[in-house]
Design a protein around this ligand. Structure first.
Ligand code: DP6
Length: 332
């Protein structure tokens, strides 16, 4: 019997991956950083088997989880096309999240990156780009969870080493100290399951009238945000990050099969951030994932804003997760 354990973070996209091509390749490049307090820890036990198909059971917080069992078995089958030795074992997968399950925080990035790490360790694959590639085949954004630095995933004329196959790290030497230690409060305005999954949202991008414009916008925003990161320009950083979040939700709304994942509380938090931004000394901005919860971002030197944000959350009965800049996936 072999047993390996990995811990991996969720990541927060500043330039959003939205829409995919074949093989889970993204239609545009994205940029993210690893989150501190949003972690998945996964152990995989592999037991050699004699013949027949492999068996797999997945336990979430020590309880057998049938839906995850099915999903992860399918995922192992996909990776087995690249690494056929996967079929020689039976598996027990034990996973747990540091954030409450169903808290409305996507666990697919932390989950699939931890799983890909475990498969890599079981089958002697330690190249981080390969692990990122394997994670991508589970969930696109998972390929960005391996680096301590900013991660870039998706091709761009700016740099031929940025690939659709896997994410790459972006050197911290090129990032102004203002952006090196980002803080992040997640306002959990609704923790129910989303009515439209990210996968369905990505699929709708194929028929969006705005698809081509979105690709151009993302390429341009990546270029602009990298220059803001380099020179330490908070104002332009804020404009781009918020434009990306609002575009993401605008694309959902403006589709002919349009839908909204936000609610009044989402907009309440955003209006509050807008009020705080009227004081130019407050360096603060928001972003959204494919859901109603609001990620509020501010640099380390603005930590006094934390108290203001917490009291707003308390007054409005919104629970918060305090996060910040974490580290990439690791074997334990
Ligand atoms: C809005 O990676 O969850 O969070 O590849 O279908 O698993 P799949 O989608 P997923 O999409 C994430 C979309 C996003 C933006 C981002 O993380 O870049």
């Amino acid at each position: 019997m072999m047993k390996v354990t990995w811990r991996s973070p969720a990541n927060l996209a500043l330039i959003k991956y939205w829409g995919k091509k074949e093989n889970q390749f993204p239609i545009n490049p994205s940029l993210s950083f690893p989150l501190l307090n949003c972690l998945t820890q996964t152990s995989v036990e592999a037991l050699e088997k004699a013949t027949g198909d492999f068996d797999l059971k997945c336990y979430l917080n020590n309880e057998l989880h049938l839906e995850f069992t099915q999903k992860i078995k399918k995922y192992f089958q996909i990776i087995a096309e690249i690494e056929p030795r996967i079929k020689n074992y039976h598996y027990k997968v034990m996973t747990q999240n540091s954030f409450p399950h169903g808290a409305g925080i996507a666990s697919s990035a932390s989950g699939y990156s931890a799983l890909a790490g475990c498969l890599g360790s079981l089958f002697q694959q330690s190249d981080i780009k390969t692990l990122s590639h394997w994670a991508r085949l589970g969930s696109g954004s998972a390929c960005r969870s391996f680096y301590d630095e900013f991660s870039i995933w998706g091709e761009s004329a700016m740099n031929p080493s940025w690939r659709d196959e896997h994410a790459s790290s972006y050197p911290m030497e090129r990032v102004h100290p203002l952006f090196q230690k980002m803080h992040n409060l997640i306002f959990l305005v609704d923790t129910h399951e989303k009515k439209v999954s990210s996968s369905e949202g990505h699929a709708l991008m194929q028929s969006s009238h705005f698809k081509e414009a979105r690709i151009i916008q993302a390429q341009l925003n990546l270029k602009k945000i990298l220059s803001s990161l380099e020179i330490g320009d908070w104002e332009s950083f804020q404009r781009i990050v918020e434009e990306e979040a609002l575009t993401l939700h605008g694309l959902m709304l403006a589709h002919e099969k349009g839908y909204s994942l936000t609610n009044d509380k989402t907009w309440g938090v955003i209006h509050f951030i807008r009020e705080l931004q009227k004081n130019k000394k407050n360096q603060i901005c928001f972003t959204l994932d494919a859901g109603p919860n609001v990620h509020v971002l501010f640099p380390q030197n603005q930590s006094s804003l934390k108290a203001i944000l917490h009291s707003f959350a308390e007054e409005n009965k919104i629970s918060c997760i305090e996060s910040g800049w974490g580290t990439g996936a690791r074997q334990l």
